[in-house]
Design a protein around this ligand. Structure first.
Ligand SMILES: [Fe+2]
Length: 527
């Protein structure tokens, strides 16, 4: 498998080398027939780019069958797809071009790893197959290692339950001119079609605005159909086309609140769950613009990786699902129990934790960022008179949490970016039980959902109690949207963006709140 992936990756032809790297004869046999697609574009799922480094990034597409394809499927053979890369949207001069193979084993998805590009530069890319040209996407390489960087603009988004609402926020995010977009996960939700869903914010059941296409997804084909449905959304396609995504997964890419080999509150045997997880991870790989090291091997895709913007920002994307021990307290949200202090608990697992700590302590970058999934602040959820936590967050794992904060204590300017909560949150991260007046170890910005949970009221009934019981929390807001990080050597600004509705097209965007973190101090200032 690795040899095949490397072969695909090497087939891109940088201009100037085109004459020396002729396409092998196989590609002529693999060439896609134009009549497979008739007038329908094979690029109905759009294009995407991701995982940038100073020399390139991954470009992605996935062929879809046209109306005349036999049995509504593409043939079970490799199909050739041409790609073109240019510094100009006109494509009048190509800096890279070549052919990749869309293999049936991978659902005719295409991943091309561009290499040899210039650092810190915008490139445009497109694909050609069956006589049709794809929409154009753009991506930006990272700055050269050690470069002085004035500013980075990072979008953050995730939790996009198809049934929860429209992806209007992605349409707005596509216009933000982001250097990259961190997707924290819950790209799909695994459940079947529903007529209505519970809105935590509204405290009532609301009708869904659109439905899943089939029952709960379990097999590879099921997961592929669910991703195909979600990726058909033009607002999501616009966001993908606008910038490189930094893709991670959370729980719903597989099943609610899975960790390691375990499904929360379930009796599924680990060996059975691993089969489902392998199907889910293959589909995730097929649909995400990720590098070859994310190719599922042994049924898992478990990369963690660093994205460095010169000497300004060292952002480390974490995997908080795959190596985690099971949730404490029976994973009952809003409870607590002695097991939250289990000395054997792990969130990242030691190899990932060591990589994170050693990398951030050695990094010369002004800012260090953790791009991850579940909340790091230890929050009392204020659902009942006694203390209760989200057992599926770092608050349920206080030993590895405090150990990580201790190990990173010498690291200044630490920012944690999180998803999962379906609300915007901002606050300070301290060791558990620390004096709220003591200096914080980091600040955390939690980005709300694109659509999960449907429209929110802004303020929830429990917010007053949450803020009163948790002095480290500075802001919480229940609305749909995304967030925008503007990072400079002097400070880090976070803009919390919200749309006024996801239940009807055309939701209007506003910035509900902005915070600034001055370099040198882990404090939140209203911007
Ligand atoms: Fe979610």
């Amino acid at each position: 498998m690795w040899a095949a992936m490397t072969g695909i990756a090497r087939r891109h032809l940088i201009a100037g080398l085109a004459g020396t790297l002729a396409a092998p004869a196989l590609l002529f046999r693999a060439r896609a027939d134009a009549n497979l697609f008739i007038s329908d574009s094979p690029f109905q799922l759009g294009v995407a780019s991701g995982d940038p480094d100073p020399r390139g990034f991954v470009i992605w597409t996935r062929l879809t069958p046209g109306p005349s394809a036999p049995a509504g499927r593409l043939p079970a053979r490799p199909l050739a797809v041409r790609y073109e890369v240019s510094e100009r949207p006109s494509f009048d001069r190509l800096v890279a071009e070549g052919e990749a193979i869309a293999r049936p084993e991978l659902g005719h998805s295409v991943h091309v790893t561009l290499d040899g590009l210039q650092p810190d530069r915008v490139y445009h890319y497109r694909f050609i197959a069956g006589g049709e040209r794809s929409p154009t996407g753009r991506g930006r390489t990272l700055p050269a290692e050690g470069a002085a960087v004035d500013m980075v603009r990072l979008g953050v988004a995730g939790c996009q339950d198809w049934q929860g609402g429209l992806y209007t926020a992605f349409r707005h995010l596509a216009r933000e001119d982001c250097h990259a977009i961190f997707h924290y996960g819950d790209y799909i939700y695994e459940g079947g079609p529903r007529a209505s869903l519970w809105s935590w914010g509204l405290g009532e059941t609301v009708p869904v605005v659109r439905r899943h296409e089939g029952p709960e997804v379990v097999s590879l084909d099921d997961y592929r159909r669910r991703y195909t449905l979600v990726r058909s959304d033009l607002d999501l396609q616009a966001a993908h086309a606008s910038a490189c995504f930094l893709c991670s997964y959370d729980d719903h890419e597989v099943v609610n609140n899975w960790v390691g080999d375990h499904v929360s509150r379930s009796d599924v045997p680990p060996e059975v769950f691993r089969l489902r997880r392998a199907a889910a991870m293959q589909a995730w790989y097929e649909f995400m613009p990720v590098r070859a090291d994310a190719f599922p091997a042994g049924g898992i895709s478990g990369p963690w990786r660093a994205y460095r913007w010169g000497r300004l920002l060292d952002a480390r994307m974490l995997n908080t699902r795959l190596y985690r021990t099971p949730q404490p307290c029976g994973d009952q949200f809003g409870t607590t129990c002695p097991d939250v202090r289990s000395p054997t608990a792990e969130v990242l697992g030691r190899p990932q934790e060591d990589w994170l700590v050693q990398g951030l302590l050695r990094s010369p970058a002004t800012w260090g960022a953790l791009l991850q999934q579940v909340m790091m602040m230890d929050i009392d959820r204020a659902r009942r008179p006694e203390r209760g936590i989200n057992t599926d967050s770092w608050a349920g794992y206080l030993v590895p949490r405090d150990r990580l904060l201790d190990r990173l204590q010498a690291r200044a300017n630490l920012v944690v970016l999180t998803g999962d909560e379906h609300q915007h949150w901002a606050g300070e991260v301290r060791r558990s039980g620390a004096d709220p007046a003591s200096p914080a170890r980091a600040v955390e910005f939690v980005t709300t959902s694109i659509s999960s949970g449907s429209d929110g009221p802004g303020e929830r009934a429990e917010h007053a109690a949450v803020l009163a019981r948790n002095p480290q929390v500075r802001y919480v807001r229940d609305e749909r949207g995304y967030s925008l990080m503007t990072v400079t050597p002097a400070g880090w600004q976070t803009d919390f963006k919200v749309v006024d509705t996801v239940r009807a097209p055309g939701g209007r965007l506003s910035t509900h709140m902005s915070f600034r973190v001055p370099a040198g101090r882990s404090v939140l200032e209203r911007a």
